[in-house]
Design a protein around this ligand. Structure first.
Ligand SMILES: Nc1ncnc2c1ncn2[C@@H]1O[C@H](COP(=O)(O)OP(=O)(O)OP(=O)(O)O)[C@@H](O)[C@H]1O
Ligand SMILES: [Mg+2]
Length: 336
């Protein structure tokens, strides 16, 4: 998971896994969007693809359905519906986009709207094969504990593989048979038990785009690529010279700052994102990050002052990089 912290929609490790732990003996943490006071907008039309009334899961698993996920803002791309369509037609899809473009957020939203439990794995973290597939505990072969992927395969829901291109090859190889049309998995650790993929076991993978200019990414392996029928591209609302009025509206309204301040904040954000995408800066701000900056401004600060403890410090600890960000802030504000 990225280190960004959106004020409203912070993604937090919670103890949601505990509920599952007791019954299914999972020992992997499940990330959940922190409960949020925002009412979920009911404007998404996914019922024709994923009808929450048709899914049933045991109470322990139902605990993993996200709650009160904030709405996902888009420019009429209907990402929520397109993800739902991909899952209903193909049971799996891929999301591609730079850090902070809301990929994790939208997966939580789709899971909530569809009433599907969410099983989340960040492939960039070194989660062990035991945690993912399972193992025996204690002496002998009496007590088997399902891992996260095994639990998902048995019980259903959405398995979300974040940073899927960072997945270790041995794990990717084991996933391949599950992702075929009539999927099943083989638990080699457990006398080759064969587990059929639950009819409502969906998979979403996400990753940063691979491009020569985008630092630190590698392509996903071909076998998994072939098994994904739908690829959805995500990007920031505003990048570089492309400024999205809706993002300005959002900051103005949510943080209660002047139009001019909101515009300056978005213009700086758009420039930082451009430089992040070309590898010149280590971080590109999400809309949540820009909102945090605006909130400090709304408390009576100036855009420049509030930038110090928000966007400048957030981008990097390195004073040289901070100086670059500061320069962009000053240039943008002074150009008005
Ligand atoms: N279109 C959007 N609508 C609403 N919130 C958004 C949108 N895009 C980003 N956000 C907010 O920005 C923050 C970052 O989003 P999120 O963590 O989902 O990004 P991500 O694409 O998963 O990033 P990473 O690649 O680093 O995992 C969150 O607080 C999220 O709610
Ligand atoms: Mg994410």
């Amino acid at each position: 998971m990225s280190n960004l912290e959106g004020a409203n929609q912070r993604i937090k490790e919670t103890s949601a896994s505990k509920v599952v732990d007791e019954k299914f003996n999972l020992n992997v943490k499940i990330s959940k969007l922190k409960r949020n006071t925002h009412a979920l907008s009911k404007t998404y039309d996914i019922k024709r693809y994923l009808d929450s009334t048709k899914f049933t899961f045991s109470p322990e698993i139902t605990e993993l359905v996200p709650k009160e996920t904030p709405p996902y803002l888009d420019n009429g791309e209907h990402y929520v519906e397109r993800i739902a369509r991909a899952l209903s037609y193909f049971r799996q899809c891929a999301l591609i986009g730079p850090s902070g473009t809301g990929k994790t957020h939208i997966v939580y939203l789709v899971a909530e709207l569809a009433g599907l439990p969410l099983w989340e794995i960040n492939c960039g973290l070194q989660t062990s094969v035991f945690d993912l597939f399972g193992r025996y505990v204690g002496l002998g072969k009496e007590n088997w504990i399902d891992g996260l992927i095994t639990s998902w395969c048995r019980h259903g829901g959405i398995l979300y593989l974040d940073e899927a291109n960072m997945m270790k090859q041995d794990i990717a190889t084991r996933l391949n048979p599950i992702l075929d049309q009539r999927g099943h998995m083989v638990l080699t650790e457990k006398d080759n038990e064969i587990i059929q993929r639950h009819p409502d076991a969906f998979l979403i993978i996400s990753m940063n785009p691979v491009s020569s200019e985008f630092a630190g990414t590698k392509p996903i392996n071909a076998a998994m690529r072939r098994r994904m029928s739908v690829w959805l591209n995500f990007d920031y609302m505003s990048v570089g010279a492309k400024i999205d009025e809706k993002e300005i509206d959002l900051v103005e309204r949510k943080a209660n700052v002047s139009r001019q301040d909101a515009e300056n904040i978005i213009r700086v954000g758009a420039e930082l994102r451009k430089q992040y995408k070309t590898g010149e800066l280590p971080y590109g701000p999400s809309v949540g990050d820009l909102l945090n900056w605006a909130k400090i401004v709304s408390d009576g600060g100036t855009v420049k002052d509030a930038a110090e403890e928000t966007i400048i410090a957030l981008t990097s600890d390195d004073p040289e990089i901070q100086a670059i960000v500061r320069k962009i802030v000053v240039k943008t504000v002074d150009s008005v």
